[in-house]
Design a protein around this ligand. Structure first.
Ligand code: SF4
Length: 282
């Protein structure tokens, strides 16, 4: 067995100054509050104690804006992990953050604390869509952030969300092409769904946001998969990770616990019908 081990830590809304219209991190992750240093150390030991594989082992901080947290808080989270890194017990650290919270100085800080992979929540490369989603950053921020991260030697993953307010097929495919132009190491695709207690739920109930149908989203994600495949960019996730808390929170939209399988089946069927571009494994 040589699969990769990811030891996840969630920091719901950590560093987030504004809340994006679609976001309810505690329900997505099922976790409330950031872990303490002792909890981080104990969780790493627990995962390493049961891991029998030989692949890469990394700690990953998800669920907030890591680099917008106070520096002391970032160091508090990273220090216990760095100790395992120094002893050769894990191979790397991954953090997720927003494009407007990366600079040359911040990229250097991350490298100096053992971080080797950064995931950016890009969500869209269309500035109107970003504004309607209350993201608080622009597409230009994403371009600049990817440049800083790559210059510092960090691996870069980009997350985006087809189906946000203001999106249509054309804005989504333009976003995909711009992301491909940034040459990330991998991407995650999270189709937009309406969650309870979010601003998007209010927009939905007021008739100001119409979620995409499952059929529309599966078909478009098949197209997206082809574009990334042809560009040689890995999609490491397509669709929200299933949890019991998440399922209870879904109000509307194209959520399915096996969304990735639906896209693979649809694209295989489409390829068979056209006799052309081949099966897509997303
Ligand atoms: S930046 Fe990320 S974690 Fe923070 S509110 Fe937006 S989507 Fe949620």
């Amino acid at each position: 067995m040589s699969r990769m081990l990811v030891i996840p830590f969630f920091i719901p809304f950590g560093g987030c100054e504004t809340i994006c219209v679609f976001c309810d991190q505690p329900r997505i992750t099922g976790i409330l509050g950031a872990p303490s240093s002792a909890e981080i150390k104990a969780q790493i030991e627990l995962y390493l104690g049961t891991w029998k594989g030989r692949g890469r082992k990394e700690a990953a901080f998800y669920g907030g804006t890591f680099t917008a947290m106070k520096k002391t808080e970032q160091v508090r989270c990273l220090a216990p992990v760095e100790d395992f890194l120094r002893r050769g017990l894990i191979d790397g650290i991954r953090v997720s953050t927003r494009p407007d919270c990366i600079s040359e100085e911040i990229a250097g800080f991350l490298v100096s604390h053992g971080v080797d992979t950064v995931e950016l929540g890009v969500q869209s490369m269309n500035n109107t869509v970003l504004a309607l989603s209350n993201r608080g950053h622009s597409a230009a921020d994403t371009v600049a952030a990817v440049g800083h991260l790559k210059s510092a030697g960090l691996a870069v993953g980009l997350q985006f969300m087809p189906g946000l307010p203001g999106d249509n097929e054309s804005t989504v495919l333009d976003t995909v092409r711009e992301i491909i132009g940034l040459e990330p190491d991998f991407v995650r695709v999270y189709p937009t769904v309406v969650m309870k207690n979010t601003a998007l739920e209010t927009l939905f109930r007021e008739g100001k946001y119409e979620p995409w149908t499952m059929e529309e989203m599966v078909r478009l994600c098949g197209e997206i998969s082809l574009l990334f495949r042809d560009a040689g960019i890995r999609i490491i996730r397509m669709g929200l990770q299933h949890t019991a808390e998440l399922e209870q929170s879904i109000v509307a939209g194209p959520y399915h616990p096996a969304f990735r399988d639906l896209v693979s089946k649809e694209s295989a069927a489409a390829a068979a019908r056209s006799g052309g571009r081949g099966e897509i494994m997303v």
